[in-house]
Design a protein around this ligand. Sequence first.
Ligand SMILES: C[S@@+](CC[C@H](N)C(=O)[O-])C[C@H]1O[C@@H](n2cnc3c(N)ncnc32)[C@H](O)[C@@H]1O
Length: 292
Amino acid sequence: MKKQKHVPVMAREVLELFQPKPGERYLDLTAGYGGHASAVLDYIGKEGSMTLVDRDEEAIRALTALFKGNKQVEIIHQDFLTASKALLQQGSKYDMILADLGVSSPHLDNPDRGFSFASEGPLDMRMDRTQTLNAAEIVNTYEADQLAKLFRDYGEIRNAHKLARRLVEHRPYKSTSELAKKIVQLRRSKKRRHPATEVFQALRIAVNDELGQLQKSLDVWMELLADQGRIGVISFHSLEDRLVKQAFNDYGGNRYDARLHIVTKKAVTAAEKEVVFNPRARSAKLRVAQRK
Ligand SMILES: C[S@@+](CC[C@H](N)C(=O)[O-])C[C@H]1O[C@@H](n2cnc3c(N)ncnc32)[C@H](O)[C@@H]1O
């Protein structure tokens, strides 16, 4: 059997909470390798429709091959903020909207993409390789103060200033492993995690403006939801989850004018048996809400 390039996280929970029905419209903002989309397609049947968005051209190629010739499926190669605004402008509405945030397994598995400190690769980290800003530019040209802010805000690193100053002293860095080695020398970590984990997370978030994309998109997604429409967001770190929780609370809650019913009072996490075969699922949190 062919190995799946990316195993979708909490697919069963998404289906249980979305309850897809024949003929419904599905918007997948991070369609990746089509795992969640394929699962939903089985339920919405021939009368349903799907719009699949991803900013990564490799994912777009995979999606195009997977849904080749299927007229129900529209595929958009764009970041989800730009795509969502365009869909809103067209007057589109959806019964289900899913955002499964962050990187895919092929991003981490391919050293050429530069996401992983565990293998030698260029300091890239762009999800969309048509964009110009990459990790090398940030690490090798940003002022120490700018780097420190990014380490603090996106990596939640204590002593961010000291680390940024010392990293700047040893520039330039040519590869992921060169940077990772220097971080190991400069940073003692008492945690079981590799000392470069938070720095790589911070750089990745900055390169792809991940939090900016999410924060600005959440309002647009609320407008794209049809009456009774369900929205689900799967996040992989607390910075993202906080934004989702806040937006759901802003639109939901017990107020007389609340527009959302919050379906998951607490974020849903993956079952232990899923985590065993898909370790990526360990940090995933799913929140679902429904438009009133
Ligand atoms: C965790 S994977 C999604 C996997 C997908 N649910 C599946 O079943 O295969 C995240 C995907 O979202 C894409 N992505 C992340 N942020 C994005 C953004 N702001 N706009 C568009 N795509 C984004 C990445 O390129 C990646 O392919």
